[in-house]
Design a protein around this ligand. Structure first.
Ligand code: ZN
Length: 149
């Protein structure tokens, strides 16, 4: 278990240090901004929808290691998915983080499961879910900025 935890931590640190899909996305069709005032995390998510598929996803902003790693993993995870599938992924992630009775579906979560360790730290849960809330707003093309507060 400890080994696994260390592995997870390494993966998070790696994604935080050199995040994937970081930067602007000129072809984006959907955007949203999110902030987590509690920690100071800020994220702007860009999505490019092609038909009913998320063709590309990139993000900008600055935040703590957890929020940056989460955004990096999200952008990797939602590519090629439909908005509905991305929502399902978010629901599963959120349930796994906040509902003790819920048995996480690790097959569905894939790499996202490395972030489940933040469950023990309620403040960190907001860092991990910020970009997901932002994705939900982006898919709705909601102009209102997202905040975890
Ligand atoms: Zn944070």
């Amino acid at each position: 278990m400890t080994d696994l935890r260390e592995l997870y931590q390494e993966f998070i640190v790696e994604n935080a240090k050199s995040p994937k899909n970081f930067g602007p996305l000129p072809s984006a069709t959907h955007h949203a901004d999110g902030t987590n005032p509690l920690c100071g995390d800020k994220v702007t998510l860009h999505l490019e929808l092609d038909g009913d598929k998320i063709k590309d996803a990139r993000f900008e902003g600055c935040g703590c290691a957890i929020s940056t790693a989460s955004a990096s993993i999200l952008t990797e995870s939602v590519k090629g998915k439909t908005p509905c599938e991305a929502e399902t992924l978010f629901d599963e992630f959120q349930q796994s983080l906040t509902n003790d009775a819920h048995q996480p579906n690790l097959d569905l979560l894939g790499n996202i499961q490395v972030l489940l360790g933040v469950k023990e730290y309620p403040m960190r849960v907001k860092c991990a879910t910020l970009v997901w809330h932002t994705m939900r707003a982006a898919l709705k093309n909601s102009a209102a900025p997202v905040t975890t507060e």
